[in-house]
Design a protein around this ligand. Structure first.
Ligand SMILES: [Zn+2]
Length: 385
């Protein structure tokens, strides 16, 4: 039985897919819901088998020209946290809006995308076959750094294709975005020599150089904030590479000289920036402060920026539909950067607002879901006809 968009959203919200938990129950539910004649479904497990990406395809197989349309959403949500006025995992009607964790980010669009594909399958398909393929790419652990999309890109067979034009329904209040920054995550590890704090001459602190390096990274952050790299003008109040030291960890006890300290930092790279020169710049700044020994800098992960060409057909189509003329960009990352490694050109546009997405009482305005439904129907018809 086909559920309404609202009823399906309620089912999706009821699965607690907080990123640290498994998403396999939700994925299995969707695979079952979408299992209709003509639909090809493939679950692709994560390397540890605890989670999975879900690929769903309808219509003719996608050739090297990558025709058709891909709809993409992540299945995980951020932790519910405290301060809700209702149960975060029960979709709650509040007049003009629905409340629930993931209602905006991004199970609303996920419900729309799933229902769209399902309604085109089955007996309907025999009467109205698709001229071009429609694919769903549903990922895990986007909120932890686009890990599911990265895994998909890492293990993708070279002779297999997905439709190039890709719609990622992250909450933008239906604004259309083709650019966002990436997130390059690095760890500085400082090494010392452990000793009893009563005999400091026998040890060497690791926290002290980590602290000096942190101050130097703060100076580097200020320097970066004063720079105006090309493309920065699309990013409003942050037209530069933002550097943040987000974690500082060191020591074991107050009576011990700490032998290890870690400083985790992230850089928000702009479209077109490769990570290597930035890693080198950070490395040189640390070396200038600490000298060559007693520390190392390692890459934790890299979420690439998104740089879909302005002339991409889906971008042009959505701009026309939304009567938007300006180029908009986001300072957060999405799966689009990783999906570009599969040759996909992603456009970000979805119901709900990023402003409420990671907070208590996250909500989805009903009018935005209805508007997104109408938009999706028109765009899918245009790209698969
Ligand atoms: Zn999201």
């Amino acid at each position: 039985l086909q559920l309404s968009d609202e009823a399906l959203l309620a089912r999706l919200v009821a699965f607690d897919t907080t990123s640290q938990r498994s998403n396999r129950e939700l994925s299995a539910f969707l695979a079952d819901y979408l299992d209709r004649p003509g639909v090809r479904i493939e679950a692709r497990p994560s390397p540890d088998g605890r989670k999975e990406n879900l690929l769903v395809e309808l219509g003719p197989p996608t050739g090297p020209a990558r025709e058709g349309l891909t709809l993409s959403a992540h299945m995980d949500v951020v932790p519910a946290g405290e301060g809700w006025s209702c149960d975060p995992f029960t979709l709650t009607d509040r007049g003009d809006r629905w409340l629930g964790r993931g209602s905006a980010d991004m199970k609303g669009f996920l419900a729309l995308a799933a229902n769209t594909l399902r309604s085109l399958a089955g007996p309907h398909l025999a009467r109205h076959p698709l001229a071009a393929p429609l694919a769903l790419v549903l990922t895990y652990d986007e909120e932890l750094g686009c890990l599911g999309a990265g895994d998909l890109a890492d293990h993708w067979p070279a002779d297999r294709f997905l439709p190039r034009q890709t719609w990622i329904g992250e909450p933008t209040s239906l604004a259309v975005l083709r650019l966002h920054k990436g997130h390059l995550k690095l760890r500085l590890t400082c090494h010392g020599v452990s000793a009893h704090s009563g005999y400091p001459h026998l040890g060497r602190s690791a926290i002290e150089p980590a602290a000096r390096a942190t101050l130097a990274l703060g100076e580097l952050a200020a320097e970066l904030a004063s720079e105006r790299p090309p493309g920065g003008e699309h990013f409003g109040e942050t037209p530069y590479v933002a550097l943040n030291v987000g974690l500082f960890r060191g020591g074991t006890a107050i009576n011990m000289i700490p032998d290890r300290a870690e400083v985790d930092l992230g850089l928000r790279l702009l479209p077109g920036m490769a990570p290597e020169p930035w890693i080198e710049r950070v490395r040189q700044r640390i070396a200038a402060t600490l000298g060559p020994d007693g520390w190392e800098l390692t890459l934790l992960s890299n979420t690439p920026p998104l740089e879909t060409p302005a002339e991409a057909p889906l971008h042009q189509h959505l701009l026309r539909e939304r009567r938007q003329t300006e180029t908009l960009a986001a300072s957060y990352a999405t799966d689009g950067g990783q999906l570009a490694r599969l040759g996909l050109e992603s456009v970000i546009c979805g119901p709900g607002s990023i402003e409420v997405a990671h907070k208590p009482d996250e909500f989805l305005p009903k009018t935005e879901l209805f508007a997104a439904r109408a938009l999706l129907d028109r765009v899918v018809a245009s790209f698969t006809a």
